[in-house]
Write a protein that binds this ligand. Structure first.
Ligand code: MN
Ligand code: MN
Length: 294
């Protein structure tokens, strides 16, 4: 085992309903039940457990990849012991956890919790290009006088890796000042309207092209990128999103051996009847089968 159990709570956790030994696993999943900076609808702290519960109650075969999730080697580390009220310390613990997972040659899967937690992964994995599927840019320099807010997370990630190291897909919610900054700095993005108009093939070839020259890729999925009709249980729902199948078909076209980890964040299960957590767990199944190691 890595030395992370210090940060983990000790409840049994079985994503997918089963668990491999850590030593023989390829994937190491952990939950981060933190929603301390949420500005509209709090509750993503309940995301990891809701996603786990859903994952234990769906079938494991992927028609998309022709692979059974159950045959993959995944270890569920449980939830991180977060410090409510201390985003900085919680980010540090996420970073330590991701660093430990990567140092033992496993693929980290972080289940949020709020999007700010992706900064922990960015601090731990250097030299990555981040692909952010999100309705929002999250590029404010500060939000409500706070630089460590979910609304600023990608700005902070850029400070770690560089402005050309984050690519946005599915964005549709911004405001004048942020969009000006995006354009002035030549940030690469496709809006949800672009994705819907272009479809899977041309959207994924755009993304593949944008990732040319990147040695490592990290994928962060804010569930609000999906249309609220399919994913209503999120902190900041935003109309006119994309269909879950478009996102997954795109990922299937783009994911290759450069992908070193991914996260799914912002599921706030109290705002629906379980459909967003169910979708998130299905997405984790599908993405893992795309990343299957031989
Ligand atoms: Mn976000
Ligand atoms: Mn968002």
């Amino acid at each position: 085992m890595p030395h992370i159990p210090f940060y983990l709570d000790d409840r049994p956790a079985y994503f997918g309903g089963f668990k491999r030994d850590y030593a023989e696993s390829d994937f190491a999943l952990f939950g981060v039940p933190f929603d301390g900076t949420s500005s509209y609808r709090p509750g993503s702290r309940f995301g990891p457990d809701a996603i786990r519960e859903a994952s234990a109650n769906i079938e494991t075969w992927s028609w998309r990849t022709g692979t059974d999730f159950e045959e993959l080697r995944l270890h569920d580390l449980g939830n991180l012991a977060v410090v409510h009220g201390d985003a900085g310390e919680t980010i540090r613990r996420v970073g330590d956890t991701v660093e430990d997972i990567v140092s033992t040659r496993k693929i980290p899967i972080m289940v949020g919790g709020e999007h700010l937690m992706t900064l922990g992964a960015a601090k731990a994995i250097k030299g990555c290009t981040f692909v952010s599927f999100d309705a929002h840019f999250d590029l404010r320099d500060e939000y409500l006088s706070n630089r460590l807010s979910h609304a600023c997370v990608m700005r902070r990630v850029m400070e770690e890796e560089g402005k050309d190291r984050v690519i946005f897909c599915g964005v549709r919610a911004t405001f004048g000042e942020e969009l000006r900054w995006v354009k002035e700095n030549g940030i690469k993005f496709m809006t949800s309207r672009d994705l819907l108009r272009e479809g899977t093939k041309s959207s994924s070839s755009w993304l593949r092209e944008a990732l040319k020259g990147s040695e490592k890729v990290y994928i962060t999925i804010d569930m609000d990128v999906i249309d609220p009709s399919y994913a209503p249980g999120v902190g900041n729902p935003e109309p006119e999103g994309i269909h879950p199948s478009l996102l997954l078909d795109m990922l299937q076209e783009v994911i290759d051996e450069r992908v070193v980890g991914f996260d799914i964040v912002e599921v706030a299960p109290k705002y629906d009847m379980g459909i967003t957590a169910l979708l998130a767990s299905k997405m984790i199944f599908e993405i893992c089968t795309m990343m299957k190691r031989k």
